[in-house]
Design a protein around this ligand. Structure first.
Ligand code: A5P
Length: 227
């Protein structure tokens, strides 16, 4: 069920893509459906260049012979299609369940438009998914202590062994009561913290695969682009 909803949302996002665009490619199982669709359309003549948000997305795009570029060549991206771990009613997100939050946030911040593709289980009234915080391995235990002092329950991500991001950093997953702007600022100020997976007001539209088909939610607030 979840997979078919992910496929529905991921493939729907192809409708936002037109010739000549620079497209940010997100990471995760939902975005993969979009990337596969892009691969098919490129074979039929779609003319775009894509910027991947992770090594796994880069590999998939290369396998599908999708033309790739990078942020050094294009600092402005026309549109980014990405997934999310949770989406709240204001279209704020938790991302980084797959560990790609840093590149995903950089790419989103360079994008004129950000579209999020999810299955309906990701839509929540209140965010509760553990907040991934990417930290420098150097001194990570003291970084974790500082996160704990903010009232977070912080644990180093282990997948059999310590999880290492594409940027050679660690992830500390943090449980919280509520993500406020004040908390975000405090997290950002800790030496050793590189980025966190809370995406506030960075999304134009969410495309949701549901039991009944596609549902779209537009951000009612004016999108604060960081370009
Ligand atoms: C990657 O680090 C994440 O931000 C993904 O975008 C997120 O985990 C969504 O992945 P799925 O589409 O696989 O649920």
């Amino acid at each position: 069920m979840k997979d078919s909803q992910k496929k529905l949302a991921g493939e729907k996002a192809i409708e936002y893509i037109t010739d000549g665009m620079i497209v940010g490619l997100g990471t995760g199982s939902t975005t993969q459906f979009f990337i596969k669709k892009i691969g098919e359309e490129i074979k039929k003549g779609l003319d775009i260049k894509c910027i991947p948000t992770s090594l796994s997305t880069e590999k998939l795009a290369q396998d599908l012979e999708i033309p790739l570029s990078c942020l050094s060549k294009h600092q402005i991206i026309d549109i980014t299609i990405d997934g999310a771990d949770q989406v709240d009613p204001d279209l704020n997100l938790i991302k980084g369940g797959g560990g790609a939050l840093l590149r995903e946030k950089i790419v989103a911040s360079c994008s004129k438009k950000v579209i999020i593709v999810v299955d309906e289980s990701k839509m929540v009234k209140k965010l509760s998914y553990p907040l991934p915080v990417e930290v420098l391995p150097f001194g990570w235990k003291s970084t974790r202590k500082k996160l704990e002092r903010l009232g977070l329950v912080a644990s180093l991500r282990i997948n059999k062994k310590t999880f290492v991001t594409d940027n050679n950093n660690f992830i500390i997953d943090c449980r919280y009561q509520q993500v406020t702007e004040e908390l975000e600022t405090k997290i950002n100020m800790i030496p050793g913290v590189i980025e966190h997976g809370f995406f506030r007001n960075m999304v134009n539209e969410v495309v949701i695969g549901t039991k009944k088909g596609i549902k779209k939610i537009k951000n009612p607030q004016e999108f604060v682009t960081q370009i």
